[in-house]
Design a protein. Sequence first.
Length: 209
Amino acid sequence: MTIDRLLRPMLRSLAVLLLALGSIVPAQAAVTITFWSQEFGQNFPHAFFTFSGAPDAGGPAVNESYGFTAKAITPALLMGSVGGMIDRPKPSYIAKSNAHFSVVLTDAQYAAVRSLIDEWGENGDSHYNLNRRNCVHFVAEAARRSGLTVTEPKALMKKPRSFIQSIEQANAGRVTVIELPAKAYFATLPPPVAANDDTPVDHAATAPH
C-alpha cells in the first residue's frame, strides 16, 4: 500500500472534522439598529434610535442611544433655526418609550449611520429647525443609511410615532417589527451589559431629550 493510499482516509477524516467544527463556531455578531419614539416626553414628542451588538469585522460591542434635539426649549424654536445637539437618551428615558422596529446593519451601513451622528453633532452642522431639521429628520436619515426606503411626508415630520411606523410599513419584510413599550420589549431580550458609555442600566440618570 502506498503512502498516498494511507493518507487519503486520514485527510478525508480531517476534512469531516473541520467541517463539523466549523458548523458549531458561533456566527459573528452584527450591529442592530432599533427605532424608537416617545409621544409624551417632558417637552415634546421625540424620535431616536439605539445600537446593540458588535460589527461583523470585530471590535467592541455597542449598546448606545442617539437622537437629535434643540439645545434649549425656548420660543425661538418657533421663529427659525436654533442651536441643536446630539442627545443620548438614558435607560430611564428609554423605559418610557416605544420600540417600533429593528434592522440588522452591515458594517458599511453601521459606519454610515455613525457618520450621520458626527455630521449632525457639535463638529458638524448641528443647527436645529423645528420644521426642517428636527429629531424626526435625523431618524429619517438614519433609516435611509440603514438601507431602508424612506419618504418624508410633511404631515408626519413632527409626529415621531406615526413617521417611524410609516417607514416600518414601507419596508414590510425588510425590518423586524417590534411595536412594544420598552418594558415588554426588553423582557424578550437578554439583559444588556451596559448602556451609554458603560453606564450600568440600574444607575443611569435621565438625559435631556
